[in-house]
Design a protein around this ligand. Structure first.
Ligand code: NAP
Length: 278
């Protein structure tokens, strides 16, 4: 297949590596010429340039730009592509994107590979980032079934685990396991930074080890991506954050009351429940 990738960053670069390895002809578009040249040099694409018209003869186009640019990119692609072409995206939110994109292009399929890294940009891209990770496809009533089948085949060829969900269900689910953790982890880093005793703060920075590295990783990631998750998934994220605040209030109350039995019960529950997620 001839496959286009718009946005040669972390996700676009990883897709290019895997799709070429699977035998597809891959062409890329990114705004900066330097990004296009780096993608060609790294073997992620056969050819890349800054003009979307480069992709006019593609069978499938993956839109891998930041969230805010996804629908405008679909609008521009809709003026160029053959009617049989499929457009899919990799955006971390779905409800605000899938309906407007489908109105612009009937063969649009929403998608979200659920793997990433703290670093952004092409230089952080690597082969097989999506292998053994979930890849969610989010069709709506109007979505073309054959287009869903083609995107599903491509995601399966990445060795990803395929799931299907309605866009709003996807957004509520990722609010819990992806967007809430970013805010919790950001809150952790902000709270540590409020330590007013500089000796204690320096010591904390020196003593921070694997536990802090794990819990602060997503709060220390790409700020542009974190902000867009919040802006484009605000209701679901607020709902999750409010429940999280209630859980924190309960833990604080138990600690203040020295109710060690209740606290112990909570920690025993979390030890068991974590296994449902990982
Ligand atoms: P990224 O590393 O910052 O890459 C995005 C790239 O898109 C940039 O390098 C930029 O390169 C290019 N770009 C920006 N605006 C563009 C435009 N209007 N037209 C063409 N290219 C444009 O971001 P990412 O982490 O790959 O995220 C990309 C998408 O994947 C987002 O929608 C995000 O929600 C989704 N996603 C991210 C993760 C993750 O963990 N990072 C996981 C799953 C899904 P130039 O400056 O050269 O244009």
């Amino acid at each position: 297949m001839k496959i286009g990738i718009v946005g040669l960053g972390l996700i676009g670069g990883c897709l290019g590596l895997d799709l070429r390895r699977a035998g597809h002809e891959v062409y890329g578009v990114s705004r900066r010429q330097a990004t296009c040249e780096a993608a060609m040099a790294a073997g992620m694409v056969e050819f890349a340039g800054p003009e979307l018209s480069t992709l006019k003869s593609m069978d499938v186009v993956f839109v891998c730009t930041p969230i805010a640019a996804i629908v405008p990119t679909v609008a521009e692609l809709a003026t160029l592509l053959a009617p049989s072409a499929i457009i899919t995206d990799v955006g971390s939110v779905k409800a605000t994107l899938v309906e407007p994109a489908t109105r612009l292009w009937p063969r649009f399929v929403g998608g979200h590979p659920m793997s990433g890294k703290a670093e952004a940009g092409l230089a952080a891209a690597e082969a097989r980032l999506f292998a053994q990770r979930p890849y969610v496809i989010t069709p709506i009533e109007q979505t073309d079934a054959r287009a869903v089948a083609t995107v599903s085949e491509l995601a399966t060829a990445l060795d990803a685990h395929l799931y299907y969900a309605a866009p709003t269900e996807h957004d509520r689910a990722v609010a819990w396991i992806s967007h809430l953790p970013v805010m919790v982890s950001a809150g952790l880093i902000l709270a540590c930074d409020r330590e007013s005793d500089s000796t204690v703060k320096t010591l904390a920075q020196q003593l921070a080890s694997s536990g802090f590295r794990d819990t602060s990783r997503v709060g220390g990631g790409n700020p542009e991506l974190g902000l867009m998750m919040a802006q484009y998934n605000q209701p679901a994220l607020l709902r999750s954050l409010q429940t999280y605040r209630q859980c924190l209030d309960t833990l604080v109350a138990e600690l203040e009351a020295e109710d060690w039995q209740a606290l112990s019960r909570q920690l025993q529950t979390t030890q068991v429940k974590r296994q449902d997620y990982v």
